[in-house]
Design a protein around this ligand. Structure first.
Ligand code: SF4
Length: 374
């Protein structure tokens, strides 16, 4: 039976689950023969933990079948790693990746759709997938007839289920336009709630018991090395989770982060992995939502909201849950820009910053200058 490319792109869709069942290939068999889907599954989890995405490093290396089958393998790996941080990061990364793909799909025009081999998801199909079809209606005005609506009305119940007050003040119902049992949202806000719907679906049932049967024991034993590798990654990251200095001194940020800050301040929307690196670095040096949006000059509501949401997500209670990537990862993404002499002595942007602040001696915290209105 031919594969539906949509299932490879969105392996958490109900139809994708059925497609995996229909392949008649068990994860145990894939693991036993060390199939490519196992390697891709491991990459999926590694990149989720390190970089907040599950996108393949070399997308053309994997066919649709391997891509689809790597999802159940990734879920087994996350279950074996068995820590709340692994589940959270993995689900968030699957959701962030899906969100980027949704946007590409929704924005593809008819010509593109016809020329693409890949089947694309429509907003309607995604709403249907999450049981939201009847709960979301577009707001059309005369001037924009024929174009995508800029606003939608979401049934109150679905809004309250999916939107989290922790995402920022503007998500609280008191700050919303509500009429006839529906809440008015922008297109981007609707997409944000869809990302949340994906996150919840991916997190559902994780972690599960793998070693509950002789077959499960076999699977777990075969994945021992991969699981140890993933646990190491998490430990390394958590160890480098936050800078040991308390001051925020943007002039002493490493060159890579200075560049990313400058690009955002100039109005550029960064690629998701670059934004993840930057925001997790800023959280790592101890900045909160408001400080991040102020430093990055995010004065349009959409960018500010997205950044605030990312910060809230990245900053857990001890600030170490989502540490920024290492220099090696930044290099792999071409985000290591203009490294200087200090860069030769460190392997992590936070180490660079700690060393720079220590060497600078008496420094003035940027937050004091903001508070004093300088
Ligand atoms: S070496 Fe590391 S700290 Fe220096 S610019 Fe590159 S990524 Fe940043």
């Amino acid at each position: 039976m031919p594969m539906d490319p949509l299932h490879a792109r969105y392996p958490f869709f109900g139809g994708a689950r059925d497609a995996v069942r229909e392949t008649d290939i068990s994860p145990a068999a894939l693991i036993a023969e060390d199939a490519p889907a196992v390697e891709r599954g491991l990459e999926r989890v590694e990149r989720a933990l390190m970089e907040g995405t599950v996108e393949a490093d070399e997308p053309h290396r994997w066919d649709e079948r391997e891509e689809l089958l790597s999802y159940p393998i990734a879920r087994i790996l996350v279950s074996l790693v068995d820590t709340p941080a692994a589940v959270e990061k993995y689900a968030a990364a699957e959701a962030a990746t899906a969100q980027t793909r949704f946007l590409t799909d929704f924005e593809a025009d008819d010509d593109e759709l016809q020329s693409m081999r890949t089947r694309r998801a429509s907003l309607e199909s995604v709403l249907e997938e999450f049981g939201l079809s009847g709960d979301v209606r577009p707001e059309r005005d005369g001037e924009r007839r024929g174009r995508d609506p800029t606003h939608y009305w979401v049934a109150l119940g679905s809004y309250l289920t999916l939107a989290d007050a922790d995402w920022g003040e503007r998500w609280r119902l008191v700050n919303r336009e509500v009429a006839d049992g529906s809440v008015r949202v922008t297109r981007d806000e609707l997409h944000r709630t869809l990302e949340e719907a994906v996150r919840r679906r991916v997190a559902e049932g994780l972690p599960f018991e793998v070693r509950g049967s002789p077959a499960g024991e076999e699977i777990a034993d075969a994945l021992d090395e991969e699981v140890a590798e993933l646990r190491d990654l998490l430990n390394d990251h958590d160890a480098a989770g936050s800078a040991a200095v308390e001051a925020v001194v943007p002039d002493l940020f490493p060159p890579c982060m200075k560049t990313l800050v400058r690009r955002v301040r100039e109005g550029e929307t960064l690629a998701p992995h670059s934004e993840f690196s930057l925001v997790s670095f800023l959280v790592g040096v101890g900045m909160d939502e408001t400080e991040v949006t102020t430093l990055l000059d995010a004065d349009d509501a959409e960018t500010a909201d997205r950044l605030e949401t990312r910060v809230a997500y990245l900053a857990d209670a001890d600030g170490s849950q989502f540490a920024p990537p290492t220099c090696a990862t930044l290099k792999a993404y071409d985000d290591c820009t203009d490294p200087d002499e200090r860069c030769e002595t460190i392997s992590h942007p936070l180490s660079y910053y700690e060393s720079a602040v220590r060497d600078a001696g008496d420094v003035r915290d940027w937050r004091e200058t903001v508070a004093e209105g300088e």
